[in-house]
Design a protein around this ligand. Structure first.
Ligand code: TYM
Length: 336
């Protein structure tokens, strides 16, 4: 039986963080044994924000090294750089004819970028979701492991696939966002203001490259409050986020103790001690991040290995991409 096709990508716009790991990469590592997987570094997408050329080159290598350090096996999957697969750009062109200005302007990520960089609202930014759809559809992927912030882009990819199929005959399956356990993940920043991010609010984001000391410092100043005012309170979002992180990196009995302390606390009888909670979280986080950080440093400095991964990945990806593109050209009638 043919395995289902999985695809996902990460933009090389900075250091990878816990959001990237728990929203996306953790799933990649699990999916690589069960599915036919394509993972890639979205360097074309990052051109929308005009990065420094040298920095972009280094960031691509780092994203590759960090993914491999997290357990992604380039032998099991196709792991490639987007710009090495020109077939994606051709599919992007066709899909652009089926994407409308109105819907693109309404996309949440586009509106965010217009706010953040009003001096650089380029056409690539507007058609970002179309390029993302091309990334997915070029391998006819059905499962796309991503964090919650990508849900709207996936919905748009389904729309573009449907429109294509309707107009030219069925070529594409419909892709869906995926997370083991169902709910898509959103890791908030440690000050509770928005999500962890590669480029914004860096002092409140934990990066896979952070030193032990920096992790301690960031977690110890994470936002907390005076504690629950009633027993079995609903946790405020920023406290819930700390518990989410604890669940991700600590032993179940440790989590249970803090959950029990939280639930037993009330105004004037606060049993949970956020200072102790954060100390525990920091140490467990260090246990989790340090081995990834050290592995990534070693891989990043092995330029021969990186070049081999990139070359093999592109070769694998282009086989699948060329096969889809040939069907696409046939469907549109671009065969002379
Ligand atoms: P990017 O590079 O911003 O993020 C990479 C992955 O990490 C997830 N993520 C998060 N998950 C939970 N909490 C967070 N705080 C958090 N921050 C990031 C993202 O959801 C994503 O899965 N447009 C994409 C890149 C892309 C892509 C694709 C993804 C291009 N083409 C095709 C899937 C399929 C992006 O900017 O991800």
């Amino acid at each position: 039986m043919n395995k289902e096709v999985v695809l996902s990508g990460i933009r090389p716009t900075g250091f990878l963080h816990l959001g990237n790991y728990f929203g996306a990469m953790r799933n990649y590592v699990r999916m690589q044994d069960e599915y036919n997987c394509y993972f890639f570094v979205a360097n074309w997408h990052s051109l929308t924000t005009h990065p420094d050329t040298k920095a972009l080159h280094a960031a691509v290598n780092r994203v590759i090294a960090e993914n491999v350090a997290c357990g992604l096996d380039p032998e099991k999957v196709a792991f490639y750089v987007q710009s090495d697969v020109p077939e994606i750009a051709e599919l992007y062109l066709y899909l652009n004819m089926l994407a409308y200005k109105g819907e693109l302007e309404k996309t949440a990520t586009f509106k965010d970028k217009v706010r953040l960089q009003p001096e650089n609202v380029n056409a690539g930014l507007l058609t970002y979701p179309v390029l993302q759809a091309a990334d997915i559809l070029i391998h006819r992927a059905v499962k796309v492991p991503v964090g919650k912030d990508q849900e709207q882009h996936l919905e748009m990819a389904r729309n573009f696939a449907q429109r294509f199929n309707h107009r030219y005959g069925t070529v594409f399956p419909e892709p869906y966002a995926f997370n083991y356990g169902g709910e898509l993940v959103k890791i908030l920043s440690l000050d509770g203001n928005g999500k962890m991010s590669k480029s914004e609010n860096q002092l409140n984001t934990i990066y896979l490259a952070d030193s032990d000391e920096l992790i301690r410092k960031k977690i110890m100043k994470a936002k907390t409050d005076q504690g629950p005012l009633e027993t079995n309170s609903v946790k405020p979002e920023y406290i819930d986020n700390l518990f989410t992180l604890l669940k991700l990196v600590s032993q179940p009995d440790v989590v249970k103790n803090f959950e029990d302390d939280f639930n037993a606390s009330s105004e004037g009888n606060c049993i949970i001690r956020y200072g102790d909670f954060k100390k525990q979280l920091a140490e467990d986080m260090i246990q989790f991040v340090a081995p990834i950080r050290e592995k990534a440093i070693a891989i990043e400095s092995d330029k021969v290995l990186l070049a081999k991964i990139i070359k093999t990945g592109a070769e694998k990806a282009r086989v699948s991409a060329a096969a889809t593109l040939s069907e696409v050209r046939n469907a549109i009638g671009l065969v002379y």
